[in-house]
Design a protein around this ligand. Sequence first.
Ligand code: 13P
Ligand code: SF4
Length: 302
Amino acid sequence: MNYITEIQRLKREKNAVVLAHCYQNIEIDEVADYIGDSLYLSQMAAKTDADIIIFAGVYFMAQTAKILNPSKKVILPNLKAGCAMADMINLQQLREFKKQNPNIPTVCYINSTAEVKSECDICCTSSNAIKIVESLKSPKVLFLPDKNLGRWVEKQLENVEVITYNGCCPIHDRFDPGAIRETKFQYPHALVLAHPECPEEFSSRADYVGSTSGIMNFVKNSNEKQFIVATEKGVLDRLKRDNPNKQFYYIHNVPSICQSMKLNTVLDIYYVLKNEAQEITVDKEIAQKALKCIERMLEVSK
Ligand code: 13P
Ligand code: SF4
């Protein structure tokens, strides 16, 4: 059986859409209706009128889609696809963090659970984090779970103290300044592009720091021909496919695969779509509170 053709047929029959994050196995793009970063995919999840949303991404992304569009059936192809950073803070730890820093607005990265979102003021993604923190017009903000993104945002803004929780993405946190030097030595004319989840000591040496869509747009609009890319491998795969006249290099000796993102396969998509299995549900009360936090972000990002 050709699973790709079968998925396309089932999508039409069941009025379903497939959303795919750029860190997914690249062959999933063949069955995807929307491909992009966390912000773009949550915007698409909020406005789709399909009956079924298959979210090829990780758990918090499918959960966010369900919160934004609760009447739809939201399905995660592989329920084991979690996010190590989102798991670094639970409700109890959030409450403790807030207790230690009282009366300060709280910003949570979209890479967090629905429970955590339900007790934060506003959410952000890597592509709008600066704008979101600025929108609060507060001299201090609490930022969680990602310390690296929080510190990067603080560096971009004057007069805002960003108090960060001690979480990080284990994949992006591996990029270190020594590795940048080595790779630059081999490709001296290449520009270094980094995701803001990389540690500050790394991103401060990069030529451009930005979200998944930021990096992709930078390459598209640049006249340069060579790039060293410090983010998850899926982005490199898509950059190579979409820019055949440009060269892309990995940072030496830094494995950059998010194994969790790679758990979803075309076969899983076929199976869950056919059987309408692995639906995501969110507790109603939590979902209502988390929705306010996510909607505030979408309002600021318009
Ligand atoms: P983006 O917001 O750039 O899509 O990143 C999501 C993510 O999980 C990064 O590790
Ligand atoms: Fe989470 Fe990092 Fe994987 Fe993104 S790359 S989903 S932050 S573990």
